[in-house]
Design a protein around this ligand. Structure first.
Ligand code: OGA
Ligand code: MN
Length: 207
């Protein structure tokens, strides 16, 4: 594909995510990144895990920050926005373009982005929550990019979304899939997988 058709495809993906948000309070886009990039990101996460770099994720921020493994069971590692890892660069560039697209078409005034790798061991969960903190309201939109190859329905590990006044929905964490929703409103929950580790990159578009 030449650059023009790549840009066109990218803009179609951004449009689909935004239209999903308008129609059903969340957007979901498969193949958001190419399989080789998703594999590269998954290998990065595996490497971080093997090196013992991943840290238990916490809940809350500043004074309220604490660990509670039964409420939130993932291990994380923050991605530096200045990373030179080739796969992270592709990911970060695309999120930057998405932010520009949102600012241009939806007047969102987003100014920054933060993201971390997330690894849920078998049977771990993240109970129902919203992503915006009560004391720090910078997070406007949440994104989750899944890194799991050959994920099957039976593996569980769904993301359950609870849109206000709408029917809840379950999304399987298929590799290459990106989910997008408002950080201040959308209640959501990570269900356990009883069969395998569940890998993703969670990110937040901020102002
Ligand atoms: C989070 C989160 C969802 C997922 O990290 O805040 O809700 O599907 N992640 O991994
Ligand atoms: Mn969340």
């Amino acid at each position: 594909m030449n650059q023009d058709s790549l840009d066109l495809q990218e803009n179609h993906q951004f449009e689909a995510l935004i239209q999903g948000l308008i129609d059903q309070d969340y957007g979901c886009c498969n193949d958001f990144l190419s399989p080789n990039v998703v594999t590269g990101l998954l290998l990065n996460l595996g490497e971080l895990n093997a090196q013992g770099v991943l840290k238990n994720a916490g809940i809350g921020v500043k004074e309220t920050f604490h660990e509670d493994r039964t409420t939130r069971g993932d291990k994380i590692n923050w991605i530096q926005n200045t990373s030179i890892d080739p796969f992270e660069v592709v990911y970060l560039r695309k999120m930057e373009k998405f932010i520009s697209y949102l600012n241009k078409t939806c007047f969102t005034a987003l100014t920054s982005y933060e993201s971390h790798y997330s690894c849920y061991a078998k049977n771990s969960v993240y109970k129902r929550h919203i992503d915006q903190f009560k004391t720090e309201k910078g997070r406007q939109f949440s994104t989750v990019l899944y890194l799991n190859d050959h994920w099957k329905e039976e593996d569980g590990g769904c993301l359950s979304l609870y849109p206000k006044d709408k029917i809840p929905t379950n999304i399987s964490p298929l590799g290459g899939r990106l989910v997008f929703f408002r950080s201040d409103e959308m209640e959501h929950e990570v269900r356990a997988s009883t069969t395998r580790t569940r890998n993703s990159i969670a990110g937040w578009l901020k102002n």
